[in-house]
Design a protein around this ligand. Structure first.
Ligand code: NAG
Ligand code: NAG
Ligand code: NAG
Ligand code: NAG
Ligand code: NAG
Ligand code: NAG
Ligand code: NAG
Length: 491
């Protein structure tokens, strides 16, 4: 080897090692990308946001064409979901599944180089609140999708899974070691897990410590986070200091009890919301998510599973069109605001801070507010605010929320503005019985953000429905069921 070559090699080697040094300890993070938003970020901006923040795995709730295209050749691995409404048709024939895989998986893999690794069949289909609606169709749909993947030549590359809520298991003793599957679905769970195992596929579970606190104000706060060492749950030789590990290990016990001790498990959703409830705030969200990200970066498992599971954070951004049936917090799970702006600092690994979305195009810098000379005793004020809030997202106005302490006038201004922005600053949209007016001065105060929406480039022609676009009742119901487990599990 010549001297020059030697130097070049040495230089390259240094480059590689120094790069290694930089990413050491950062294994890559995973998160959910939900799109139930009136003003979603452009898919290519989201993909950049994911990459710049160290996410190399993403979960989609449906085969969103723009997302799947933008993820092509991005280096990000994709789990693509199938909504519950598709389960019945997919269960009815292999041909339907073959078509689904062809159109929603194969075409993106071959044409765009999208690195699809999992198909998530259904979303929490066995929630008790669904009254068994998907009990008969989930397993056959899973089998048909698996057959279709094999037929498409993707059997090795793309694995199937079913994201389930933690209410598929429970513990009568109240301790993780007492974990077993819910008796009404135990046989079905065993069939599904056996099938997943036979196909080298994982089980996926969603865990929500936030709901422990939401359901019970007396729930020990430290235990909802990761440092409840002052009052641990003692289970034989194990001391549990947090509800996340206790919940996860309840599942591991259920798997062991039924002969699946080595079944791989993915955590499909876990996170903390920042608004819409007294316990949904930036301090708590930061505390929870920082501890979670640290665990992931350290490769930390649980007492019963030393190998850390893949953990998909819920969620990347806020979604203002989600159903609020579980509570007002439902639209505020993002580590970023709806537009990819940073909510609170997070160390993503080795001191790497969050990076906000770039290249976002906004509507004009103007807000619709209550006119200074309008009176709060105007007979139409209440109905105007109600009207605005029936179309747009007013979940930040509630008790304990980021805009919960506004006076009546600012409160009305918030409602008028969020409506005005949601309808893309339509010309006639800031005219509530002459109670409102436009301003160029940002009315935001303290924690309360008066948003300006993203410019979708559609303006007057926009035909969006603002109430519950792509309503996803599965996630909604997830919360209620998680409560049941957590309360009944007596953590
Ligand atoms: C997926 O494929 C099916 C055809 O089987 C199609 O009807 C559906 O709209 C596609 N897209 C999504 C998002 O599921
Ligand atoms: C389930 O049944 C209950 C009681 O019969 C009913 O109130 C509820 O709407 C049903 N839910 C669904 C998702 O069908
Ligand atoms: C599921 O199958 C059982 C047994 O065939 C049947 O009694 C039940 O009504 C079915 N449920 C649904 C939601 O179709
Ligand atoms: C848990 O962590 C929080 C914030 O880091 C701290 O304020 C609290 O005292 C800790 N609790 C225990 C029991 O260590
Ligand atoms: C603010 O508006 C919300 C939504 O209409 C309403 O529930 C609340 O009572 C209002 N608060 C005040 C102080 O006017
Ligand atoms: C609003 O004000 C304009 C001009 O001041 C007036 O012509 C109109 O009747 C008012 N509309 C309502 C609903 O009060
Ligand atoms: C109140 O609203 C009604 C219905 O939109 C409208 O006809 C009426 O003029 C409004 N009253 C005032 C005082 O603006």
């Amino acid at each position: 080897m010549g001297r020059r070559q030697y130097l070049l090699c040495f230089f390259l080697l240094c480059l590689i090692t120094s790069d290694r040094g930089l990413v050491k300890g950062v294994v890559g993070l995973a998160c959910n990308w939900g799109t139930q938003s009136t003003h979603p970020l452009q898919a290519n901006i989201v993909v950049k946001l994911l990459k710049e923040n160290g996410f190399n795995k993403v979960k989609l709730f449906e085969a969103d064409p723009a997302a799947l295209k933008a993820l092509g050749k991005s280096g990000i691995q994709v789990m693509v979901g199938i909504p519950n409404e598709f389960l019945a048709p997919l269960a009815s024939s292999v041909q339907v599944a073959v078509n689904w895989v062809q159109q929603n998986v194969s075409s993106y893999v071959s044409r765009y180089g999208t690195d699809i690794r999992y198909v998530a069949v259904g979303n929490e289909p066995f929630l008790q609140t669904y009254n068994d609606s998907f009990l008969n169709t989930t397993f056959p749909a899973l089998q048909n999708i698996q057959a279709a993947l094999i037929k498409a030549g993707l059997g090795r590359q793309v694995k199937i899974t079913v994201p389930l809520n933690a209410d598929v298991y429970q513990t009568e003793s109240g301790l993780p070691s007492g974990g077993d599957f819910r008796s009404d679905i135990r046989d079905l769970m065993i069939s599904i897990i056996k099938f997943l195992g036979d196909n080298n596929a994982p089980l996926t579970i969603n865990i929500y410590p936030f709901l422990s606190l939401y359901a019970d104000p007396h729930f020990p706060v430290d235990f909802a986070f990761f440092n409840g060492s002052s009052a641990p749950v003692v289970d034989g030789s194990i001391s549990y200091t947090n509800v996340f590990e206790a919940n996860f290990d309840t599942l591991i016990s259920a798997l062991e009890k039924n002969g699946f001790s080595s079944m791989p498990v993915i955590v499909g959703e876990v996170g903390w919301p920042t608004d819409g409830d007294i316990s949904a705030n930036k301090d708590y969200a930061r505390r929870f998510n920082q501890a979670l990200v640290d665990r992931i970066n350290q490769g930390q498992g649980t007492p019963k599973r030393k190998t850390p599971p893949d953990i998909y954070l819920f969620s990347l951004t806020d979604e203002d069109a989600k159903s609020v049936r579980p509570g007002n917090f439902e639209r505020h799970w993002g580590i970023f605001y709806y537009d990819g702006a940073i909510k609170y600092p997070l160390d993503m690994g080795n001191g790497k801070p969050l990076v906000p979305a770039k290249g976002v195009k906004y509507l004009a810098r103007q807000w619709c507010v209550m006119s200074p000379d309008a009176s709060i005793s105007h007979p139409n004020l209440t109905s105007s605010v109600d009207y605005a809030c029936s179309y747009a997202d007013c979940t930040s106005l509630g008790y304990g929320s980021s805009c919960g302490t506004l006076d009546a006038k600012s409160n009305a201004s918030y409602a008028f503005n969020v409506y005005y922005q949601t309808v893309d600053q339509r010309k006639d949209a800031c005219s509530f019985s002459n109670l409102s007016t436009l301003t160029k001065i940002d009315p935001s105060q303290n924690s309360c953000r008066f948003e300006i929406m993203i410019d979708l480039g559609t303006h007057e022609t926009t035909k969006r429905s603002f109430a519950g676009r792509n309503e996803n009742p599965a996630t909604v119901m997830a919360f209620i069921s998680a409560l049941i487990l957590i309360i009944c599990g007596a953590y």
